[in-house]
Write a protein that binds this ligand. Structure first.
Ligand code: SF4
Ligand code: SF4
Ligand code: FES
Length: 865
């Protein structure tokens, strides 16, 4: 749909109101060179390379910053334009080192390409070129400005894309332009480095080789590489990446812009995380436990071992004596074939993918007979909201690209952000959000404060939202004792913050409430969900999005990695469909979830299990218990890429390929299924997950004859019929999975608040975070990410450090009723007193040694070593 048209080089070009000459021309397939312009940045007209001739304009105009108006006649390649571009290039190249043969941007450099097209083949400059010299011995003038980024100021063309991306898109402040004219330097502020979570984007979008990263530089020339488009498997945002390989080795990951999702920006975790694929500790061969030691074996030996042991268990036990746990970073095809194998071949529904530190597993709940469920949503919902509420999450580290959408709303649409957390979050601090920082465990109280404040607000017609006066009266009666001041005092909130948040929500036409990783760690998760539900109900046009914890958690739910749900989220009463498909009977009894599986192993009811691409000993809420219980199994079969804590307990270990070595689909938090190519061939003796599961089924006498992902996908389509017929038919938009029926929305649900009781022996509240530049445990194997993430730490407040006489870097012992760890202290500004913050990503510091399911709250004590 266009609003009017212009003429560009004699061609009629449709224009949507607000588009610039450049945007309209590019959309019509007419190329205009650019350096400083980027589709996600506000145009600044800094480089002048996009000059065009517009009839009736006295001078040439920059296409990137000139709004298109009805009837404009534009020439983009006239002699006047070409001469002007030659002038611009001559000016830029006057002091440029022209060191293309040794520059890592060579082959993909905008300056090189545009100079080939428009540049002169001589220079009129007679004076020596201006040179930035870092030190007398420097050959290339390379200057490290961050853990990964090297700057060569001599190559810089002053387009300021890098500083604008840092500020405008990412809301960060660790890169700026200093000095003026020829002396302008791109640098972090004095005494700092560029180390924000999105820092790699400035390298990718620098149009020349002024910014390069240690990941890629001097390793391979770009024209020698092969490219594959993949979906990032490191968080549920589902960004699209290009993986660049040479001789079956990966050399870098860059953004593969997807307008629906990442819009061309990825986080450093996705950019550098791929390095784990080439980590030296990948499992190289199958292994069998002999004399208490895992020793290398052939695939035949390993499969024979499994056949003998599983058959033995099967003659003794029914399917209920088995289990299967699959990690939620596995592909949709792996999940589908794994659960099919367990249900049809092994005969058990004891299947789960929920292995994280949450105390409660389910997302939906029922309180007082009323069903409560989160909404489904997309990135488009974030683009339309004028208020965001982020509860129990630092979206910045958990969903970095989702966080960028919020920032875009704040920057370009004046959207408001309210954060509700027990600790300061990077997102809140960087965006100037209204922060409701409450006492540990008082999140529900903060939500109640908002609900109470919003009920009866002028302009909020709750009756039209389906909330009766009686329901409001009842709710008020239940929470009569909770006046705003009282709530603020009990929750540890500033009353003015609570009032500001209520005022923002009362004005909001469209609100999105997002919650993340800390949701569910507080033991009264049902109450939290009920309060979030009520907040959604009292806001005008609001959605509640519970962000999943892992990259394919949503796919795992849809493809049947649940004890009570078959693929397509069908209940067990839908089993006939699958019996037809799988040519044989399956059990219709509801299986056990992760918690119940571990308890059943403990009670000797389960003797044998399969753990696929997951490490419950490290990721389950109670690590000590999980390990003790898994050790009791008679036969444990682990399929993974690395020697994990769980893999060490295995009787048989089968090496699985990494995400880059097989094709398949993944489902992001929106429920969007996307296709991911294989970038390199399987390394060592590792095999893709679907092939391994097929080998297992075959060994146990029930082959599905579907060894390839495409075969499994074809069968998945029989359940999820809106998926495209073949991988090749996936478009950039992917395919959204949607539940057929929405769970009915309840009115207002009564909410009870349970404070964390004071504990004089264990006086500190344990908070767990996803460390900066980290995601799960795989990223520990990325050299680049470890340059940012450094080493494990325990965070305490400045006040606490002072009171205890502890300094940054001192070793302390953190002890709970379950276990203890000894680790270095990091003093964190803004962290509340009586809180201990532990990252969840370091092998040397496993928070699940401190958390235990027997304890209701995560409380610890600390002592200096
Ligand atoms: S470093 Fe690169 S992106 Fe930054 S101003 Fe210079 S040329 Fe532009
Ligand atoms: S935001 Fe998530 S999906 Fe996107 S690149 Fe980062 S880790 Fe990968
Ligand atoms: S791209 Fe238009 S002025 Fe730089």
């Amino acid at each position: 749909m266009s609003d009017f048209s212009i003429t560009v080089n004699g061609k009629t070009v449709p224009v949507i109101k607000g588009q610039t000459v450049l945007q309209a021309s590019l959309a019509a397939g007419i190329d205009i060179p650019v350096f400083c312009w980027h589709p996600q940045l506000v145009p600044v007209g800094a480089c002048r390379i996009c000059l065009v001739e517009i009839e009736k304009f006295p001078k040439l105009q920059v296409a990137c910053a000139t709004p298109a108006t009805d009837g404009m006649v534009v020439h983009t390649e006239s002699p006047k334009v070409v001469k002007a571009r030659q002038g611009v290039l001559e000016f830029i190249l006057a002091h440029h080192p022209l060191d293309c043969p040794t520059c890592d941007k060579g082959g993909e450099c905008d300056l090189q390409n545009i100079t080939f097209k428009y540049g002169l083949d001589y220079s009129r400059l007679e004076e020596p070129k201006h040179r930035f010299i870092v030190d007398a011995d420097s050959t290339f003038d390379d200057y490290r400005i961050g853990p990964e980024i090297i700057r060569n100021q001599n190559r810089c063309i002053h387009c300021y894309r890098c500083t604008r991306i840092t500020d405008e898109v990412c809301f960060e402040d660790d890169l700026g332009a200093y000095q003026r004219g020829y002396h302008t330097e791109i640098l972090p502020p004095p005494g700092r480095e560029i180390r924000n979570l999105y820092s790699g984007n400035v390298v990718e979008y620098c149009p020349v080789g002024a910014l390069t990263n240690t990941d890629w530089r001097y390793k391979v020339r770009v024209w020698l590489t092969k490219q594959a488009n993949v979906v990032c498997s490191l968080c549920p945002d589902g960004c699209n990446l290009t993986l660049w390989s040479f001789h079956n080795k990966l050399f870098r990951a860059t953004a593969h812009p997807n307008e629906k999702i990442d819009r061309g920006f990825i986080c450093d975790v996705g950019r550098y995380g791929y390095q784990y694929v080439q980590s030296s500790d990948r499992l190289k061969t199958p292994m069998i436990k002999k004399g208490g030691q895992l020793v290398e074996a052939s695939w035949e030996e390993a499969l024979d071992f499994i056949k003998r042991h599983v058959s033995e268990h099967k003659t003794k036990l029914s399917g209920s004596g088995f289990f299967g746990l699959i990690g939620p970073t596995s592909s949709n095809e792996e999940v589908y074939s794994f659960q099919r194998f367990l249900r049809r071949v092994i005969g058990t529904n004891n299947i789960d993918h929920r292995l994280n530190r949450k105390r409660r597993l389910s997302l939906t709940t029922e309180i007082n007979g009323k069903s409560i469920a989160p909404d489904v949503g997309t990135y488009d919902d974030l683009d339309q909201a004028d208020t965001y509420v982020v509860y129990a999450s630092d979206l910045h580290t958990e969903n970095p690209i989702t966080a960028l959408r919020l920032k875009r709303g704040i920057r370009h649409r004046d959207a408001r952000l309210i954060t509700i957390n027990a600790r300061p979050t990077h997102l809140a601090v960087r965006t100037g959000a209204i922060q409701l920082m409450h006492k540990p465990g008082a999140g529900v109280l903060a939500l109640l404060g908002l609900i109470n404040g919003l009920l009866g607000q002028p302009g909020l017609d709750q009756a039209s939202m389906g909330i009766s006066d009686a329901a409001i009266a009842e709710f008020r009666k239940q929470h009569a004792a909770l006046g705003l001041d009282k709530i603020a005092a009990n929750a540890g909130l500033k009353p003015e913050d609570l009032e500001a948040a209520i005022a923002a929500l009362a004005k909001s036409e469209t609100t999105v409430i997002l919650t993340g990783s800390d949701f569910g760690r507080y033991p009264f998760r049902d109450e939290e969900l009920a309060a979030l539900h009520d907040l959604r109900r009292v806001c005008k046009s609001a959605k509640l999005l519970v962000m999943p914890t892992d990259s394919n958690s949503v796919g795992a739910e849809w493809l049947g990695a649940l004890p009570d749900r078959l693929p397509g989220k069908l209940g067990m009463d839908g089993k006939t469909k699958f019996e037809d498909l799988w040519r044989g009977p399956i059990s219709d009894s509801v299986g056990k979830d992760t918690l119940a599986i571990l308890d059943a192993i403990n009670e000797d009811e389960i003797e044998c299990g399969f753990v696929f691409n997951s490490d419950p000993a490290r990721s389950f809420a109670d690590g000590v218990y999980a390990k003790e219980v898994l050790e009791k199994l008679k036969t444990l079969i682990v399929i993974d890429s690395f020697m994990t804590d769980t893999a060490r307990l295995a009787d048989v270990l089968l090496p699985r390929t990494s995400f880059a070595e097989f094709e398949g689909t993944r489902t992001n938090w929106e429920g969007r299924v996307q296709y991911s190519q294989g970038a390199i061939k399987p390394t060592f003796q590792a095999k893709p997950g679907c092939e391994i599961i097929e080998l297992l089924a075959d060994a146990l006498g029930n082959s599905f004859d579907q060894p390839h992902e495409a075969d499994v996908y074809a069968e998945m389509r029989k359940i999820l019929s809106n998926l495209p017929e073949r991988f090749a038919q996936f478009t950039a938009d992917g395919c959204l999975l949607r539940a057929e029926s929405q769970i009915e929305r309840a009115g207002l649900v009564p909410v009870e608040y349970h404070p964390v009781p004071a504990d004089s022996e264990y006086p500190y509240y344990l908070a767990i975070e996803n460390a900066d530049h980290h995601r799960g445990t795989l990223t520990e194997r990325s050299e680049s990410l470890m340059r940012f993430a450094n080493e494990p730490y325990v965070g305490i407040s400045e006040g606490e450090a002072k009171a205890l006489g502890i300094s940054e870097g001192d070793l302390i012992k953190v002890e709970s009723r379950t276990g203890k760890v000894v680790v270095k202290v990091r003093v964190i500004a803004g962290l509340p007193d009586k809180m201990v913050l532990v990252p969840e990503n370091f092998d040397e510091l496993k928070p699940n040694l401190l958390t235990g399911l027997k304890e209701k709250f995560d409380l610890v004590k600390i002592a200096e070593m």
